[in-house]
Every structure is written in C-alpha cells, then in structure tokens.
Write a protein that binds this ligand. Structure first.
Ligand code: MN
Length: 510
C-alpha cells in the first residue's frame, strides 16, 4: 500500500443540469446556435478531469413556463444534485422568478461566453446579439440577488482549468449535499456524559441539513456482532494480515490473537448492522459498551476508510461531516478522517499540534502501511482494543468542525500544514498527524476557541476550503475560515457581526 487515497464513492451517479437562458427575440436560427453551443460546453465540462459528476445538457429556457417546469423537475429528480445556469444571450429574468423561487437544489451561476475572444476584425451585430452573457448574466444575477438565492458565481472562459476547477469543487460540495438528503446516522448509546459541544438539536439539523440521527441500543449491535460467523472472521483476519503490518502478538498463535479475532467480529457485526440500517455514518461511546468486549478500534477505522462517517463519544455532527468529507474527497489524493486536537508542542518558533484520537483515525490518511497493534485503552474498563497505528504524509490540509451554537449551526475551518513529528513516536499507540495551523498556532487556536470550535474535527488533505465554502453556502450555514490571512481582531469582528446577521436574517429573510 503506497500513499493515502480517498475511498471511491461513485460521483458519476450525480447529475448537474446545465441550463441556458435565452428568449425568442432572436429567432429560431439563433436559438439553435445557442443550444448547440450550450451542448458543447456541457459536454466539455462533463469530460473535464476536474469535474467528477455528470454534467447534463438541458433544453434552452425561453419562457416562464420552461423555467418553472425545469426547476420543478430538478426538485423531483433525486439524481439531480444541482443546476448550473448561464445566459448565452439576454434572458429576461422575471420569467425565472416562479421557477427559481421553487428551486430546492444547489445553484451555480456560470458567467462565461462561448467565444473566448472578440473577433476584432469580423465582429458585427449578429455576433453581438448572440454573445451577450456580459449583460445577459447581469440580468440573471440580479434576479438571484433579488430573490436572496444562495449560489456560487464562477466567472471566466469555460475551457480554462481554473474555471473548471472552481466548478469541480462546487460539484463535489453539491454531491455531498445530495448524499446528506435522507441520510441516516446511527448512534450507539448517547453522548459522552456532561460533554457540551457534541450535543445539539437533531431536529434543527434534520431541517437544515436533511440527514436524520437516531439512537440504537448497544444491545442490538451486540446481537449483530454475535451473529458473525467464524468464516467471516477468518476472511477478515486474512484481509488484515495482507493489508497491514501485524504485531507479533496478534498473529496466529500469538498471545493476543483472541483480541484480533474479537476486533474482526466487532467490525463484521458493525458493518452488518449499518448495512441493514441503511446508514451512512455512526457514533459510539466508551461509556456505553455493555456486551461489547472492546471499544471498536480497527472496525471504526476501516468503516471510515470505506466511506462511513464516524464520530466518537456520541458526536453525530462530526459523523455526518466526516461522511460529507468522504463524498467530497472521493477519488482525490489524500484522505479524510475523524480527528481531535490532542496535544501541543509549544516551543517558541516551532509550535505544532498533534492530532489523534484514542483509536478512531481513518487509514485513508496513512503514510505507508499501517501497523496493526493492541494496547490498553486506559478508560472505559474494557478489553484492550485492536487499532491501526500510522503517521500522515506532510503537506497542506485542513480541519473543519460543525457546532450547534444555539440559534444556528456554525461551520469552522482551519487550514494547516502537516509537518510530521519532530522525532519518531515509538511509544505512541495511536494513529496521529502533526500540523502547524495557518496563520500560526496561537492565532488559529485563539480564533478557534473564540468561535466555540469543537475539539473533534474532520481532517483532510483532499477536501479544500473552497469545497467547504461551497458546501456551507449550499447548506446555508454560517461558515468561518481561519487561514493565512486571518487576523484575530477581524475574526472577532466577524463573529460579532454574524450574531447580528444571523439573528436578523432568520427573522426577516425567508
Ligand atoms: Mn474525543
């Protein structure tokens, strides 16, 4: 196994509809040209390596009835993850009002032109009348602003790599959003007792984000684990042996072999339970493991690697966000994992953060072949759990967290540089990653703490700030970014201003 890679959730299952606005003023020949050009752009975007979803050409919109019907079809089609709109010519925007007001899918306004260059020597009024996005898209943008629609505006020539990259980031966010609608997160047990940030309003989350979170008795999971056959366990332990460096005590005949067998039983039982529940993520807690021999370690790790969201200690918001990360990161270099800011290196001039968890870090972020080990947990009073231990490749990454701050949810993002440990960590029995925050550890940690940022996060070297900004825009969730430009003074102002904005907007703008 070489470098880290995100699991493959098939993003081609999602369609983004490419919708072109025009009108009948220019005659049928011009409309045919508009349709042909739009078809060409849609096909090019669909084939672009930076755009992982299917971009589907839709007939040109020339009337209010067209616009309304299109938006209603988009809402009704579960495969449709969003619309890209563009006005090749002028398209009077009052005809879009009834449709756009009803649209419940993510929206990207592509401000482009079929012809890159002005044909200086040949330009005439026919060219001018056909290539009018410069003013047609302004009319189109006005109605979206007038309707207070959340959307992404991408400007530039449709063949440019930067333009396709910006569209691609948004399609990943739109796919993750589509995946959240109707998604199920299973909670085994409740929240870790007395912990605040992992709590939250599950009804409000379902209203805003579309996923549901429900509790299951750990006894039901235990029953599923007890039904795992020896044959399934043998298959899994064989898989472990081929994929990981297995500690001698866990090998066949080793003193702790029974722990490995038990870990495999737990993984298979957990997987069967989640499959039967049609769940995309889960949480557990070390305080509620009655009937489980170990806290799930390698099982939680490998389920994450297969695309499941996970949150420890009942943290359902992070479990859902890890799942969204998995969709956004699909097929990209670099993985995505549940993470926790664990401990600091506070030496002046070289401050860093060591991120880890008790067990549950996803091997999609591993550098090299993970080591399969068994060690005591120190809390929870159960048998020693089996876990994968590894480091993470160096390079840029980010942490993000979703909190319930009472009257709203808040998405908080901090860009980091993974630098690795100063020295090897031979005694640390958990997977870990060591990073330096942007703009620096002191500013980032202060900003994070002023924003009420959780200790649990999603970490990724594949998901980008742009994808998360797009995701936040689609979700309509407050989104705060701590990056190399962050000034603590300005960040605190943004926090104060947002209290006013979100307080008023929830009352006055529907
Ligand atoms: Mn934790």
């Amino acid at each position: 196994m070489s470098s880290s890679m995100s699991c493959l959730i098939d993003l081609k299952q999602f369609e983004i509809w490419f919708v072109t606005g025009s009108q009948h003023l220019y005659g049928p020949a011009a409309l045919e040209k508009v349709a042909a050009n739009a078809r060409q752009i849609a096909a090019a975007l669909s084939a672009a390596p930076a755009i992982p979803v299917n971009i589907v050409f839709r007939p040109v919109i020339t009337s209010p009835a067209d616009a309304t019907a299109l938006c209603q079809q988009a809402n009704a089609d579960p495969k449709c993850a969003g619309l890209i709109t563009w006005c090749h010519t002028f398209s009077p925007s009052k005809m879009w009002i009834n449709g756009l007001l009803r649209l419940q899918k993510p929206l990207l306004h592509l401000h482009t032109q079929h012809n890159r260059d002005i044909p200086w020597g040949a330009i005439d009024m026919d060219f001018m009348n056909l290539n009018q996005a410069a003013h047609g898209d302004r009319e189109h943008g006005f109605i979206m602003s007038r309707l207070r629609l959340r959307r992404k505006v991408v400007v530039g020539f449709w063949q440019d790599a930067a333009v396709q990259g910006r569209i691609g980031a948004w399609t990943r966010a739109a796919a993750a959003w589509n995946d959240w609608q109707g998604a199920r997160i299973c909670r085994f047990g409740d929240n870790m007792r007395e912990v605040a940030v992992t709590e939250g309003d599950k009804v409000a989350a379902q209203m805003q984000f579309g996923y549901s979170v429900n509790g299951y008795g750990v006894g039901d999971l235990v029953k599923s684990i007890q039904q795992v056959t020896d044959r399934e366990i043998a298959g899994l332990t064989k898989e472990y042996e081929s994929a990981y460096k297995v500690a001698p005590s866990l090998r066949a005949g080793g003193a702790m072999r029974a722990s490995l067998v038990e870990a495999a039983r737990i993984e298979a039982g957990l997987r069967a339970f989640l499959t039967a529940a049609d769940a995309k993520g889960f949480t557990d807690t070390f305080e509620d493991l009655h009937g489980l021999v170990q806290l799930p370690g390698i099982g939680a790790q490998r389920l994450m690697a297969d695309g499941y969201g996970f949150g420890a200690e009942g943290d359902w918001k992070t479990a859902a966000l890890v799942r969204a990360f998995k969709v956004m990161a699909s097929g990209l270099r670099g993985g995505a994992s549940f993470m926790e800011d664990y401990t600091y290196h506070l030496a002046p001039g070289s401050m860093k953060v060591l991120g880890a968890h008790m067990l549950e870090i996803c091997p999609s972020i591993a550098k090299g072949r993970p080591s399969l080990e068994v060690h005591p947990l120190g809390i929870g009073g159960k048998a020693d759990p089996v876990r994968l231990v590894f480091d993470t490749p160096t390079g840029p990454g980010l942490n993000a967290s979703l909190m319930d701050v009472g009257n709203r949810f808040r998405l908080l993002i901090n860009e980091v540089d993974v630098v690795g440990p100063d020295k090897p960590l031979p005694k640390l029995p958990v997977a870990r990653t060591v990073w330096v925050c942007k703009p620096d550890v002191t500013t980032a940690a202060a900003a994070w703490i002023y924003a009420g940022g959780a200790h649990h996060t999603c970490f990724s070297q594949a998901v980008t700030t742009e994808m998360l900004e797009d995701f936040g825009e689609i979700a309509g969730v407050e989104t705060l970014i701590i990056d190399d430009k962050t000034s603590l003074r300005e960040f605190r102002k943004e926090l104060r201003n947002n209290e006013v904005y979100y307080g008023l907007s929830s009352g006055f703008v529907s």
